[in-house]
Design a protein around this ligand. Structure first.
Ligand code: NAP
Length: 387
């Protein structure tokens, strides 16, 4: 079958400065292994691009072959995932062509695949994301969505709602499910009606859903974007409180010694006060990391919460702990979502409360080009892939 892969022999040929297109190779000779019990083979009809495939192709902060070895150490029955190739991709929609032991699905069904790979025995726990078996499909496990066919666990399947088009269905769930857990779920920040939520990277793949989820709950999104084009994109999603980094007087979050730029912090407080009447917020939606996490904690009101799922600008960061304990703030870690939260996210799409209109639909052959755009901070919203 045709698929985009990272070859094991190229593991030393990539680094944090490489482009995804430097390492991804198109192959036509890959034959997938047989499916095991409680698994299925899905013919992919559309996929979505995500930042985790940028990390995979930079082999940073860990290469996919080490991650797959880690998955197999925790899941002895999944040894087939360790191959000399790795197929990335963690969002897709497709048709089941072969399935074993399923009461809910059959061959021919159209499905959305969510990316939480969880051992069957852990699925009945309260929050299966907390089980040791959990990995992310197409990032820590093989046979991801950048291929004509993919092998997934039956527990990753959700029926594709009839009213969703292929591109919306195939490019939503990784970031929608992540934002849902961070903002809506009791496992994340559980935003309340009327609360303010500061959203970093508001025009990105997470941000596009974060804005809509905050509004859905009756909260107030305060969006942060880096330029006017991204500002307009957020306005089109119904946001009216937006901070544009290019319009601030103070530019850098950190100085050359990695010290906080207090003038920028105060400018942020003033901007937030202009927009909301208060200089602090109830919640921060974080994924930037090193450059912004200390500022995010500073901008919280007493007892507020920062919910974080990533650290795009760096994962070793300085924070000022005084603001955490003196003002009783919470820092909550969050990672994708469990199968129940994924199902609830798709229901919001099905009912039209949340929308996904990918900004760009690219051809299967253009996957590396699309990932280059995400890497360079040039993508807006979601990119869907046509097969
Ligand atoms: P995205 O579509 O690329 O959007 C991220 C946005 O963040 C960019 O558009 C950019 O917007 C902003 N940004 C600010 N500082 C940045 C920096 N130093 N480098 C790059 N972007 C910066 O990505 P995404 O899908 O929203 O994902 C964002 C991060 O979350 C990634 O690291 C991703 O791997 C992670 N993630 C984690 C999970 C999880 O489950 N743990 C799930 C989804 C995503 P401006 O240019 O407007 O500032």
């Amino acid at each position: 079958m045709r698929c985009w892969v990272i070859d094991k022999k190229d593991v030393n040929n990539s680094n944090i400065n490489s482009k995804p297109s430097d390492i991804l190779k198109l192959r036509e000779d890959i034959i997938l292994p047989e499916i095991d019990e409680n698994e299925c083979l899905v013919k992919i009809k559309s996929a979505g691009l995500n930042f985790n495939s940028v990390w995979s192709s930079k082999l940073y902060p860990a290469d996919p072959f080490s991650l797959m070895n880690g998955h197999v150490r925790r899941n002895k029955n999944d040894a087939k995932h360790v191959q000399n190739y790795f197929i990335p991709g963690s969002d897709a929609c497709g048709e089941i062509v072969k399935i074993k032991n399923s009461e809910n699905f059959k061959e021919g069904d159209e499905v959305i695949i969510h990316c939480a790979v969880i051992a069957d025995e852990d699925l009945s726990t309260k929050d299966p994301m907390l089980s040791k078996s959990q990995s992310i499909w197409g990032y820590e496990t093989n046979f991801g969505s950048f291929a004509e066919y993919s092998i997934v666990k039956n527990s990753q399947l959700i029926s594709k709602p009839k009213n969703l088009n292929l591109f919306a269905a195939g490019s939503s769930l990784l970031t929608l499910g992540t934002a849902y857990r961070m903002i809506v779920s009791e496992n994340g920040g559980q935003l309340k009606k009327g609360e303010t939520c500061l959203i970093w990277g508001a025009s990105g793949g997470l941000g596009v859903f974060a804005i809509q989820l905050v509004k859905y709950l009756g909260g107030v999104p305060i969006c942060i974007v880096s330029n006017k084009e991204k500002l307009q994109f957020c306005k089109n999603l119904g946001a009216d409180k937006i901070i544009c980094l290019s319009e601030l007087e103070n530019k850098n979050f950190l100085n050359t010694e990695n010290q906080f730029n207090i003038k920028l912090w105060l400018e942020f407080s003033r901007k937030i006060k202009d927009l909301t009447g208060e200089d602090k917020v109830d919640m921060v939606f974080e994924h930037i990391g090193k450059e912004t996490i200390a500022l995010s904690l500073y901008l919280l009101r007493r007892g507020g919460r920062v919910v974080t799922c990533a650290a795009t600008s760096g994962f070793i960061a300085n924070i000022d702990l005084r603001y955490v304990w003196m003002e009783m703030k919470k820092l909550i870690g969050s990672h994708f979502c469990n199968p129940r939260e994924a199902m609830e996210s798709v229901t919001l799409l099905e009912k039209g409360y949340i929308k996904n209109s990918p900004s760009l639909i690219m051809d299967f052959n253009e996957i590396p080009k699309g990932l280059n755009l995400i890497d360079k901070r040039q993508a807006i919203g979601k990119i869907a892939i046509k097969f």
